[in-house]
Design a protein around this ligand. Structure first.
Ligand SMILES: C[S@@+](CC[C@H](N)C(=O)[O-])C[C@H]1O[C@@H](n2cnc3c(N)ncnc32)[C@H](O)[C@@H]1O
Length: 500
């Protein structure tokens, strides 16, 4: 039940009530006060919180309107902010019909990922943003839509201050929001906060300030803070990010502007070198196969022997990045896995192949019956043929800790979808890739092109892996290594590693 302060870390969350589905993590009081201090400038300013939760923003200013979908939270908001107007319902439905306009807005929109943010609510929100000129794909999270529509409801000269997820620094769906705000406000400032605002969430949160509705700006101010401290004004130490440069040179990402200037300049220079290539230009990067039932399809040598499965039905596989040796998967690494009796043999059956009796017997076991019912298996025909089994030239880690693995496949193994399977279309690129690995530029590029996840992990989606930069060897002078390492350290400092 999300009413009243539960005393946990000084702010309220409502986990027991499905906080994740609703994106309902309420904002710590010093953050609320900081955002309000800046946003509300006159006692008769009208304030909007588009997703007011238990009313902690609207309680800070009597002339307020709050919208809240959760019927369990609205009574708390009404109780906490008796002078405010609280509407229960979907913000987008309300926004579509309201004539009200506001001098200021503040709050913390729900961060609901596209998998959960669906149905008529998402359609309505995306359609409303499209009418306003901000085009979002259906893969968008909910929060940028809240901010676009809120911005629209401000009077000329109005302003807004919000908690936003740190993915504003890299997620593709942050870009239409940033474009919209730069087109509709005189000033746009984003404050990156390294220490978590919400210690119990995996999501890092930053702050966003937009001022001067009705104007436009060609620059975004980006400030970096070690930790949040109460402030009446956003921090003054900023990097000025040219919107044109953000758009054209940095793939619409703000995160690279947290780099030391030398590291950012290095990457910009290497990326603009006419002889540099991106991975997608000379390699195919695909994720490995999805078996659908790992325990059934991955066998140990001892199991193979017992089941008498012939070698022709098996394929040695790399199951995850942890199993990868540092440089090369070769026959001695594979021999070791086999000696250690690891589950490293994939049952690889082909369509329309005549199956040996021993395999047919395995397909009749109760374990097989169970595997056949798994979602990925029951949606393919025949269920026991694992598709997309590729033999790549290299394995690239999909999720990495401190170091991204890029390992040559000298033993003709395949890999699961925990890894990228990289196939070189142009083998002559190999020495250049090795030079990029030696210089640290390969890892630096992964840090820039990938994105952070909870627990200190760096994730490289296939699209991001395709962007990895391989400069010509001549561009990789001695000094490059140190600058690249500084860049890697700077970006890793924004991830949260578990204490060793
Ligand atoms: C992150 S909480 C923030 C609440 C409050 N503004 C605060 O900062 O403490 C987001 C709130 O959005 C509400 N919400 C989710 N979808 C909504 C929608 N479509 N319309 C209005 N509120 C919504 C959730 O119920 C939740 O209370």
């Amino acid at each position: 039940m999300s009413t009243g302060n539960n005393g946990y870390n000084g702010y309220l969350s409502c986990d027991a009530n499905g906080a994740k589905e609703k994106g309902a993590y309420y904002t710590p009081d010093p953050v609320v006060r900081s955002l309000l201090c800046w946003a509300v400038r006159n006692s008769d300013d009208r304030l909007l919180d588009p997703s007011c939760g238990d009313g902690r923003f609207i309680a800070g200013h009597p002339n307020s309107v709050g919208i809240e979908l959760d019927p369990f939270a609205t009574p708390a908001a009404i109780h906490r902010a008796p002078k405010a107007m609280v509407h229960e319902g979907d913000f987008f439905e309300w926004a579509k019909n309201t004539e009200e306009r506001f001098e200021c807005a503040a709050g913390n929109p729900p961060f609901i990922r596209y998998q959960r943010f669906k149905g008529v609510q998402r359609q309505r929100a995306i359609a409303l943003c499209a009418e306003l000129g901000a085009t979002f794909s259906r893969l968008t999270s909910s929060w940028p839509l809240f901010l676009v529509v809120t911005a629209h409801l401000l009077h000329r000269g109005g302003r807004m201050a919000f908690v936003v997820p740190a993915e504003i620094g890299h997620a593709p769906y942050s870009a239409p929001l940033i474009e919209y705000l730069a087109e509709h406000f005189d000033h746009l400032q984003i404050v990156a906060v390294r220490k978590k605002l919400f210690p119990e969430l995996s999501e890092d949160c930053w702050l966003l300030y937009a001022d001067g509705k009705g104007g436009s700006t060609s620059h975004i101010k980006l400030s970096a803070q070690e930790q949040f401290v109460f402030h009446e004004m956003p921090p003054t130490g900023t990097t000025s990010v040219n919107v044109e440069t953000w758009r054209n040179s940095w793939n619409k990402r703000l995160r690279p502007f947290l780099l030391p200037v030398a590291a950012r300049n290095l990457y910009e220079r290497l990326a603009s070198d006419e002889n540099s290539l991106r991975f997608r230009e000379f390699a195919q990067v695909n994720i490995g196969y999805v078996s659908g039932a790992n325990d059934f399809f991955h066998l140990r040598p001892s199991e193979v022997e017992k089941l008498r499965i012939p070698n022709s039905c098996l394929q040695t596989t790399v199951r995850n990045a942890r199993s990868l040796p540092p440089v090369q998967v070769n026959t001695s690494a594979v021999s070791r896995w086999l000696r250690e009796d690891r589950k490293t043999l994939l049952l690889r059956l082909r369509k329309e192949e005549k199956l040996p009796e021993s395999v047919l017997a395995y397909l009749r076991t109760s374990q097989a019956m169970q595997a056949a019912e798994a979602y990925k298996c029951r949606t393919r025909n025949p269920w026991y043929v694992v598709p997309d089994v590729k033999i790549p030239d290299f394995f690239l880690s999909y999720m990495s800790g401190r170091r991204v693995s890029f390992v040559q496949n000298a033993a003709r193994c395949t890999c699961t979808n925990s890894l990228h399977a990289v196939l070189l279309k142009d083998k002559a690129m190999l020495p250049r890739i090795q030079a990029a690995l030696r210089s640290g530029v390969f890892q630096f590029s992964c840090e820039i092109e990938g994105h952070p996840l909870g627990g200190g992990m760096l994730k490289l989606e296939p699209r991001e892996a395709g962007n990895i930069l391989i400069p010509p060897e001549t561009a990789l002078s001695e000094g490059v290594k140190k600058v690249a390492q500084d860049g890697i350290a700077a970006l890793q400092a924004w991830r949260h590693y578990e204490a060793a």
